[in-house]
Design a binder for this molecule. Structure first.
Ligand code: FNR
Length: 350
């Protein structure tokens, strides 16, 4: 866990080993989700992918009361937010198809993050059309030139990492991995699906062990993180045994329940997490639409939260148009977001 880190001031290759990470997720990986993930045991958190050009067109604004850091786009709306409390654990994920733009964008955010991760896995056309995301997998020269440029431009205390998908052939995957590792990255995440596989297809975790052993033989001390189908802290033990991966990264299970990083994750998340999430989101000026979306994704084991309560909960949430909605406020209770935030700070610092 983060508290066991050898050096609290900046990440090293070792911090990517024995870890349980929150995956990058557009929308779902918002700041409050990252803070709850850290509170409940995630050792590092990846932010949602942000495209290099979006960063370059943004303005950094700091809230003098809460310390919230917002990178605001042209319309004044935040393209992403962060807070200094997460900085030691926060990996900024970038979408890029251009080494120069990637470096410029990284320079803009470097004061607020611990690492820069290159997205080499997004299969969506909006990424691949412009050569970003999974398109980089078939353009290894460009992929590696971005990583090399980032490594050369960033100071040693900023890690540079990459998140890739498997290629259809294992041989091609190993060749790609070799090139990527030789760029000087600090760690590599492998989403164990190929570009054409959908999330409902079972991840090909059986292919990972050979890749992990291959990277270990390269002798650079690079951690390989497994990503795909892990359901939580307990399941991560199984995944590591199965694959030999140094760490495990979780996306959808964390989207459903950001406390899944704990060996005792919250149950009845609608009751146990939503009110706290809303208070924190309001305090940290998290966009209402984004907040509502994240909460709407929460689901999990129900123990005491019965069917009638669930129905009322969804009615209240669906009808709510903002943080100040009366029925929602009743659900959220009297605790202010500031108290919620202080509690999270205390747990993360401990
Ligand atoms: C994702 N994923 C993703 N990957 C990435 O590298 N950058 C991103 O911004 C996103 N965004 C994103 C949003 C949402 C809502 C989901 C569900 C997924 C992919 C994600 O990080 C992960 O690789 C896959 O979801 C597989 O992991 P799980 O879900 O099987 O744990």
């Amino acid at each position: 866990r983060a508290a066991k880190r050898s050096r609290i001031d900046h990440l090293t290759k070792e911090d990517f080993k024995n870890g349980l990470f929150l995956a990058p997720m557009v929308r779902s990986g918002a700041l409050p989700t990252r803070l709850f993930a850290l509170k409940h045991g995630a050792s590092l958190v990846w932010g949602p992918e942000i495209v290099d050009k979006a960063v370059l067109h943004s303005e950094r604004v700091v809230d003098p009361v809460t310390g919230l850091v917002s990178y605001n786009g042209k319309q004044g709306r935040a393209i992403f937010t962060t807070h200094p409390i997460e900085k030691p654990y926060y990996i900024f994920q970038m979408g890029s198809a251009d080494p120069d733009l990637a470096v410029q964008a990284a320079r803009m955010v470097q004061q607020d993050v611990s690492g820069i991760d290159l997205n080499c896995g997004c299969p969506k056309p909006f990424s691949t059309h412009s050569g970003m995301g999974a398109a980089l997998l078939t353009n290894p020269d460009l992929l590696c030139s971005i990583l090399t440029a980032l490594r050369a431009a960033m100071p040693p205390e900023i890690t540079v990492t990459a998140k890739i998908r498997l290629l259809p052939s294992q041989e091609d995957t190993l060749k790609l991995v070799e090139r990527i590792v030789n760029t000087g990255i600090s760690a590599l995440t492998i989403h164990c699906r190929t570009r054409n596989m959908r999330d409902r297809d079972a991840a090909l975790v059986g292919r990972l062990r050979e890749i992990v052993e291959f990277v270990e033989k390269m002798g650079k001390g690079i951690a390989v993180t497994e990503n795909g189908d892990c359901t939580g802290a307990e399941d991560a033990i199984r995944v590591r045994e199965l694959t030999g991966a140094h760490s495990v990264m979780i996306a959808r299970a964390a989207e459903s329940n950001p406390s899944c990083f704990s060996m005792n994750p919250l149950v009845d998340v609608e009751q146990t997490l939503t009110p706290a999430y809303l208070r924190l989101a309001k305090y940290l000026d998290n966009n209402w639409g984004l907040t509502k979306f994240c909460i709407s994704q929460f689901k999990g084991r129900h123990v005491a939260f019965d069917k009638a309560q669930q129905k009322t909960y969804h009615q209240v949430l669906n009808a709510a148009k903002g943080f100040d909605d009366a029925a929602l406020s009743e659900m959220v209770g009297e605790w202010t977001g500031e108290e919620e935030f202080k509690e999270i700070v205390k747990v993360i610092e401990a």
